[in-house]
Design a protein around this ligand. Sequence first.
Ligand code: PBG
Length: 336
Amino acid sequence: MQTPQPLFLPRRMRRLRRTPGTRALLQETRVTANDLVAPLFVRAESGPPDPVPSMPGVHRFGLDDLLKECVELLTIGIRAVALFPRIAPQLKDPHGAEALNSQGLIPQTIRAIKQECPALQIITDIALDPYTSHGHDGVLDFEGNEVDNDLTVNSLAQMAVITAKAGADWVAPSDMMDGRVGAIRKALDGAGLIGTGILAYSVKFASAYYGPFREAVGSQSPAASGYLDKQTYQLNPANSRESLQEAKLDEDEGADILMVKPAGPYLDVLARLRMQTGLPLAAYQVSGEYAQIQAAAANGWLDLKSTRDEALLAIKRAGADLILTYFAKDFARDSS
Ligand code: PBG
């Protein structure tokens, strides 16, 4: 066969991809362990870590094992953890009073981590759902129909001060109440906690992807049938303009970092927000995103590591500076 004449193309894009060296040189986005935050589930009971069935590789830790995990994470390059408590059912009530116990599970855990590994940054979740008997993120109104915004904000501001005093570096309101960022900033400053930052879950959608997390913290009320509906406070997945407004309000109220959650299904929102704000952006690759990849990999339908790496890279490329992900430890281990 005769060699055909080359096409005379002004630009051949494949020159940019010819060798591993070229590709590495031209790579626009990279994920490193330093970008990742590991969410950790903590419980009061001692004993070996118990696995979360819908999240292979994720466990609920008693304090001793949690501390070991923290040391290990720091050693492989993870700089921050986000703590989530599994609260015993007998400590829950409709108001989530246990959230305001300064000797509770989370404040105690924070103090212990800060003693064991002071360099590890701690992010505490500010919302009432692990503590309420109904599983909502706030206090219900008088009729018990809806989450009462202003009453809830009052509790959240106290909760933020309690966890900040215990040593949290960042408080992360994940409740989606109006005005909570401003109220939390005011409460922190009023208590002299000017160095504690606010990582605001600014753009949090009413998502089906939180299912495995609710199993892990036990926040799905046993009385509730089906998936708990949080649509009166979390964002409608259909709305991106509204989500930008939420982010703008949090920025104006003094948030230090803005977060989008879930991450993968909302990359368009993340990219738009990247253009709107000069603040650092976080994204939360949530439990359901993790479970999907794990489940497909367990069936042999997807390659675990390359799918994981691609999903994280996509979140970074869309505009996230930091990513909360249940893959943090495995990713850091593989890249260290
Ligand atoms: C609740 C909270 C949720 C998550 C983090 N904080 C669940 C919810 O809003 O119902 C979800 C995290 C995940 O799915 O990994 N304040």
